[in-house]
Ligand binder design. Structure first.
Ligand code: NAD
Ligand code: UDP
Length: 322
């Protein structure tokens, strides 16, 4: 029997990391999950613990990382990802994007593994072009509150490309745009769980600013497929993966009210500092190079996600401390 490929996935207990674990298990890889549970939840991967081709390490990747045995691939997804999280733990956010990435690049080099990093549309900051192609350099306030995340991710891209260029390491960079689906934390502060949680609790939906800012939401299964294809491609430059279907936050709130069959109102709260006014991926490259495009419409994806949140224990739905 052929030896299973071995893959290390950091951030494995988080939203995206856990879906990646599922996908690589399904493809018959030996999956090594790593997470320090700072924003993750072991329940996202507890169904994998019984499998012989899954292992888990509770470890902070900003500290030296060691994994015994061979490694063919590393996916670095560990990082706080919601604005509320990274504003609460800004130094850890900077460290996992910088020191954590450096540690994992060193590990990849030692193991001769291919490494893919989770970058983000946030590297474009508050973009002055819409949609955003990979060639756009971004508009980030380095010392603003979101700078801790944006600059960590920009550094992460730079150091990854430097390892590629100077050490010949095989690397891949995915720039992920707003993704949603089951296993998001209901109280992580991101707009989709925030709105659905509020609708389920019978509270008004908290729209920040006048709601004219836009986002483009990608269903998690589509994202995972794009990442899977990028990892196995030979493309080392950054690649946008996201759904170009752009919507204002006000319209999005109205969709959630309709979906949940409630008669909630929306209230306007102050717009957070440096909140990007528009965001939409240009996915020309993903289409041409990976033959990838999103397949799940927002209405389908939202239905599945709503069912997931509705099925959570009542006390979790009512618990809204951030
Ligand atoms: P998440 O918070 O659900 O998952 C992140 C995981 O990383 C958590 O389980 C957390 O405990 C773990 N982690 C954080 N710091 C760590 C450390 N120092 N050591 C070990 N583990 C650590 O977030 P997510 O939405 O799944 O995001 C995963 C990755 O994808 C992040 O790198 C994020 O920047 C990136 N990303 C996500 C989105 C999105 O829309 N979800 C968009 C762009 C980029
Ligand atoms: N937002 C909102 N109400 C909320 C949470 C977020 O109106 O309760 C807005 C936020 O200001 C931003 C958009 O929704 O314009 C998306 O925010 P999120 O935190 O989900 O992700 P971001 O794309 O900003 O990282």
């Amino acid at each position: 029997m052929a030896q299973r490929k071995r893959i290390l996935i950091t951030g494995a207990a988080g939203f995206l990391g856990s879906h990646l674990c599922d996908r690589f298990i399904k493809e018959d890889y030996h999956v090594i999950g790593m997470d320090n549970l700072i924003t993750g939840d072991l329940r996202n991967i507890e169904h994998l613990f019984k499998l012989e081709n899954f292992e888990f390490y509770n470890h902070d990747v900003s500290k030296f990382v060691y994994v015994p045995g061979e490694l063919n691939y590393i996916l670095h997804f560990a990082s706080p990802a919601s604005p509320i999280d990274y504003l609460k733990i800004p130094i850890q956010t900077l460290k996992v994007g910088s020191l954590g990435t450096h540690n994992l690049l060193g590990l990849a080099r030692a193991k001769k593994a291919r490494m893919l990093i989770a970058s983000t549309s946030e590297i474009y900051g508050d973009p002055t072009v819409n949609p955003q192609p990979e060639e756009y350099w971004g508009n980030v306030n380095t010392v603003g509150p979101r700078g801790v995340y944006d600059e960590a991710k920009r550094f992460q891209e730079s150091i990854t490309m430097a390892y590629h260029t100077f050490h010949g390491l095989e690397t891949r960079i995915v720039r992920i745009f707003n993704t949603y689906g089951p296993r998001m934390r209901l109280n992580d502060g991101r707009v989709l769980p925030a709105f659905i949680g509020q609708a389920l609790r019978g509270e008004p939906l908290t729209m920040f600013g006048d709601g004219s800012q836009t986002r483009s939401f990608c269903y998690v299964d589509d994202l995972i497929e794009g990442i899977y294809r990028l990892l196995h491609s030979d493309y080392a430059q950054p690649m946008n993966i996201g759904n170009p279907d752009e919507i204002t936050i006000r319209e999005f709130g109205e969709e959630i009210i309709k979906l949940t069959g409630t008669d909630q109102q929306m209230i306007s709260l102050p717009l957070p500092t440096d909140d990007p006014k528009q965001r939409r991926p240009d996915i020309t490259k993903a289409r041409a190079i990976l033959g990838w495009e999103p397949k799940v419409s927002r209405s389908e994806g939202l239905k599945i996600t709503y069912e997931y949140f509705k099925s959570l224990p009542e006390q979790e739905i009512q618990h809204k401390d951030f």
